[in-house]
Design a protein around this ligand. Structure first.
Ligand SMILES: Cc1cc2nc3c(=O)[nH]c(=O)nc-3n(C[C@H](O)[C@H](O)[C@H](O)COP(=O)(O)OP(=O)(O)OC[C@H]3O[C@@H](n4cnc5c(N)ncnc54)[C@H](O)[C@@H]3O)c2cc1C
Length: 435
């Protein structure tokens, strides 16, 4: 069977759900394909921690149900493996219940008239003469569309099929974090969201404990491909360190993109949003808020492209480019700066990391100006040690990044030159940090 719609969205997680709602609300015919059953739309194993700022996005699509939030925290503790406190940062966080999020999201999407194809996988893009015309589904059906929005998260099955057209959509193993988490029943000795770092146990990442009244989560994320200790063994050690207690209600393993957004997010008839476009936070790994911010920018830009499109043919790259332009100016600049900070953090020893953490402000807003302030403060205070030069290199790179992202090209014709500079800045920083 062949179905026709204006836009087909693959993936009913936060990014796919958000953009489906908004496009349907504006009168476009939207099909949403998700491999999960309807009452668990977009559900995935996820730590569920986010800045409370995310509530603004939930409200915009009528998602203000109390069941979506399990609990909230107003500060984060960062501890070492002996549980000495390295920093305490004031920041408003909530824990999102992904199961309930999916349940409520599916109800409001059906109300808006979105055609949801649950329990269905998109297996192939329909590509004709370098234009995407729709998707083929696991049940053999096809959907034809003006635009396919890939919101399928980290798995990248569809994006892989486009790499011959856009080689930048290949993801390197260096840019992946593998995360394991366990749900525990009952309370924990810690009162607030707690992070820990240790190069030996958690190389290139961090461990976390999210205490709740009835349910808690403990987990860690490390760079992909680290051998010696198994992931499960590392988690059992972390649980011991964090004094985690309670019956294990299930463990999950998943991949997280830890890199800046792809330098372009569009092709003829095709656009990436959310984690599929690497729009999450490269430093902390959190991606739900990033997925919604990306989806909001995508919606506003793509709506304009759809409104000025009068045929049934795919939306071409020239018309979709405004999404790239808007995204890189408003969000890409910040995420790319965090990517430089991630590379810097991964190059530090435990002692250097502790020193750096001691420069964090007591209140964090995740604004670009905060990141720059931290770097300047650290540069002023640290003596001329190895870390001084690392911070200096990272700071210099972050200024170059901001300049470059402010000049993201208005037209695809000027993209090659821009992307070469982007690669150059990050390659050069990597080399300096590896010294
Ligand atoms: C262990 C772990 C812990 C995490 N903890 C946090 C955290 O604490 N806070 C935070 O903010 N982020 C966290 N993240 C990251 C976060 O889960 C993602 O960044 C976020 O869910 C991205 O949203 P999305 O809508 O882009 O994609 P997703 O939420 O991944 O949704 C994609 C959807 O697409 C579906 N899908 C995939 N392929 C297909 C296909 N071919 N056909 C049909 N459907 C398909 C999937 O089933 C899924 O429903 C964590 C990730 C992991 C792995």
């Amino acid at each position: 069977m062949i179905t026709k719609c204006d836009v087909v969205i693959v993936g009913g997680g936060p990014s796919g759900g958000y953009i489906s709602y908004n496009l349907a609300n504006d009168g476009f015919k939207v099909c949403l394909v998700d491999s999960n059953p309807l009452d668990r739309l977009g559900f995935k194993a996820c730590g569920g921690i986010s800045s409370s700022y995310i509530l603004n996005y939930f409200k915009k699509i009528g998602l203000d149900n109390e069941e979506i939030i399990d609990y909230s925290f107003d500060n984060v503790d960062i501890v070492d493996t002996k549980l000495n406190r390295l920093a305490n940062i004031k920041v408003d966080l909530i824990h999102i219940n992904r199961r309930n999020l999916g349940k409520h999201l599916s109800t409001i999407l059906l109300d808006k008239g979105v055609n949801i194809l649950s329990n269905t996988r998109a297996v192939r893009l329909i590509v004709k003469e370098d234009e995407v015309h729709g998707v083929k589904l696991s049940n053999g059906d096809e959907i034809e569309s003006i635009l396919v929005i890939d919101a399928s998260g980290f798995n990248g099955l569809l994006r892989q099929q486009m790499i011959k057209y856009v080689p930048f959509w290949n993801i390197s193993r260096d840019d992946l974090i593998i995360a394991i988490m366990e749900q525990l029943q009952g309370p924990q000795p810690f009162k607030t969201f707690t992070l820990t770092i240790d190069r030996g146990l958690i190389p290139g990442g961090y461990g976390w404990l999210t205490p709740g009244k009835n349910n808690s989560t403990v987990g860690l994320g490390i760079k992909l491909g680290i051998k010696h200790l198994s992931l499960r063994y590392r988690l059992s050690l972390l649980k011991r360190i964090m004094l985690a207690q309670g019956e294990n209600k299930g463990a999950f393993i998943g991949l997280i993109y830890a890199r800046r957004p792809f330098p372009t997010l569009v092709y003829n008839g095709y656009a990436l949003v959310g984690e599929a476009g690497s729009q999450g936070n490269p430093l902390f790994g959190g991606g739900i808020l990033g997925a919604l911010i990306g989806s909001d920018i995508a919606f506003k830009a793509i709506r304009k492209s759809l409104e000025s499109h009068s045929s049934e043919k795919p939306l071409l790259i020239d018309s979709l480019w405004r999404y790239n332009f808007e995204f890189m100016h408003r969000r890409g600049k910040f995420l790319a700066t965090l990517d430089a900070l991630r590379m810097f953090a991964q190059s530090l020893t435990d002692e250097e990391m502790k020193e750096f953490i001691s420069y964090l402000p007591s209140k964090l807003t995740f604004d670009l100006k905060d990141i720059v302030k931290i770097s300047v403060k650290a540069i002023k205070m640290i003596s001329r040690s190895r870390i001084f030069w690392r911070i200096f290199d990272m700071y210099r790179a972050s200024l170059e990044i901001q300049r470059l992202y402010s000049k993201y090209p208005k037209r695809p014709q000027d993209f090659q030159e821009w992307v070469s500079k982007d690669l150059e800045i990050f390659e050069s920083l990597k080399k300096k940090l590896m010294k």
